[in-house]
Write a protein that binds this ligand. Structure first.
Ligand SMILES: Cc1ncc(COP(=O)(O)O)c(C=O)c1O
Length: 479
């Protein structure tokens, strides 16, 4: 997000006016289009509202923009010459394309605040802090392996050496037997979820999901027109018995689960329930999508097994990712599925993006095959459990008896239940005002009164302060 240069001699309002004029002249805000409100824009770029008011005033005086009571500030049509009939009506396209469910406003607010560049203690971003990635190992691998000449299009199913490295990784770490032909490399595990949703399911299909569940999947499922049925997650993970009655009533077509260090609750599916889930779904012929990005964060170094490793048939579509154990920005994820499914989804992926960039795939292949990987996992587990402990200490100190939780033994998140639920929007607002951000539980579709803290994201030195600010916000929201 653009920010004015505070060290410049040019007044802030003039910089803002020049920036908006530039965007108008580049066609980013065509004539007639709506500009952000003064208040919202001021918040985004961290200036006083009066500074933006002054900038808009200047643009209005030169006739570039015009404001009408009740309909906001728009780029002037007359000043910029083009009549609406001379150009496409972009809003009509935006609104008229295939219907899409936007993300919740609460999530957009969190994103906007994090992008604004103002200092915030971040318990909201569900990823590692940058220092937890194997940066030195990646740097070394990049310098050791000069760029090959071959930077052409790669196979849409994924770079072959990466698929080979993944086949070994899956066997060694997840007990999964797969050849490189049954692995599809995707842009993070999110793209695997997207491809499954888009190509293996149809609008109106009934699917069962965990309650609560990974929040970015929810708008995607809604956009795909799926009917969602929730299976409660308790101390022992998701409860499989409900599938029987759901299937009788709604003909469940697929089940999405995140059995190990579940997002957001951090829980692990109990062994007896795993067996039962596989038994029920195998018997009814319902595919299970196992989303498994967190297992290797296990603080003890003994991750729970994958469902896929106990799948005697081919009930489980297995999805994994390097995002939570190496770096989310590499965008390396994968799916293990029957050959027919891999072929179909490879076609879809080719239509969509022509295959993933070969550079991150090469880095990932080399890292997985190198001696660095094991050492990295050891350090990661140690740092993550240290951060989890710092978070627990801070919660006991700042909010004794106010929050309850299941102690996570892996993953990146702590899921807390508040003794006295407060309004989620208000709590987030009070937190942001004080410089701390977290995810209110209602975002995950669960009942109010919960909050998710991602301990992996802030620096250890920020955790205590962040929780002190959260405690203030909770008190203020409860008043
Ligand atoms: C359970 C779960 N699945 C999938 C994803 C998507 O991750 P990525 O696409 O980065 O692999 C996330 C990210 O937070 C997640 O928590």
């Amino acid at each position: 997000m653009w920010q004015p240069d505070r060290s410049s001699k040019q007044p802030l309002y003039q910089q803002i006016a020049a920036y908006i004029e530039q965007r108008i002249s580049y066609g980013e805000f065509p004539p007639g289009s709506l500009l952000p409100s003064e208040r919202k824009f001021a918040e985004q770029i961290n200036v006083n509202r009066s500074t933006v008011v002054q900038a808009y005033e200047e643009l209005r005086a030169s006739g570039m923009i015009e404001s009408m009571v009740g309909s906001g500030t728009r780029v002037s049509k007359s000043r910029w010459g083009a009549a609406p009939k001379d150009m496409p009506d972009w809003l009509q396209y935006v609104d008229g394309g295939a219907a899409m469910h936007p993300h919740q406003s609460c999530l957009r607010l969190i994103r906007q605040e994090l992008d604004s560049g103002r200092p915030l203690i971040d318990f909201a971003s569900g990823e590692l802090s940058p220092d937890l990635s194997p940066n030195e190992a990646i740097r070394q691998l990049l310098s050791e392996h000069a760029l090959h000449e071959d930077l052409g299009y790669d196979h849409p199913q994924g770079y072959v050496p990466l698929r080979q490295a993944l086949a070994s990784y899956l066997k060694q770490y997840r007990g999964i037997r797969a050849t490189e032909s049954s692995i599809l490399v995707t842009s993070g595990s999110h793209q695997s979820l997207y491809l499954i949703t888009k190509r293996l399911l149809s609008p109106g299909d009934a699917v069962a999901i965990e309650d609560p569940s990974y929040y970015y999947s929810l708008p995607m499922f809604h956009t795909a027109g799926l009917r969602l049925f929730r299976l409660p997650v308790d101390e022992k993970g998701v409860c499989p018995e409900g599938i029987l009655s759901l299937h009788r009533e709604h003909q469940i077509r697929m089940i999405f689960v995140n059995p190990n260090y579940h997002n957001p609750t951090g829980r692990v599916l109990d062994p007896a329930r795993r067996e039962r889930l596989l038994e029920i779904c195998g018997h009814l012929g319902i595919p299970i999508v196992e989303d498994d990005p967190f297992s290797l964060t296990s603080f003890t170094g003994n991750p729970p097994p994958s469902l896929k490793s106990n799948d005697a048939g081919s009930t489980v579509l297995y999805i994994g990712s390097l995002s939570k154990i190496v770096a989310s920005g590499l965008r390396i994820g994968w799916m293990v599925a029957p050959q027919s499914v891999v072929s179909r989804l490879t076609d879809e992926k080719q239509q969509m993006d022509f295959g993933l960039s070969v550079l991150p795939q090469r880095i990932a292949a080399q890292l997985l095959a190198s001696a660095h990987f094991e050492g990295h996992l050891l350090r990661l587990r140690k740092e993550l459990s240290h951060k989890r402990n710092l978070l627990l200490d801070a919660l006991h100190r700042e909010l004794p008896g106010e929050l309850s939780y299941t102690l996570p033994q892996g993953g990146l998140h702590l899921w807390c239940r508040m003794r006295r639920p407060v309004d989620d929007d208000r709590l987030l607002e009070e937190g942001l005002r004080r410089g701390v951000v977290f995810v209110p539980g209602s975002v995950y579709g669960s009942e109010p009164g919960y909050v998710r803290f991602t301990f992996a994201r802030p620096q250890p030195g920020q955790i205590g302060r962040g929780i002190a600010l959260f405690a203030e916000a909770l008190r203020a929201a409860g008043r």
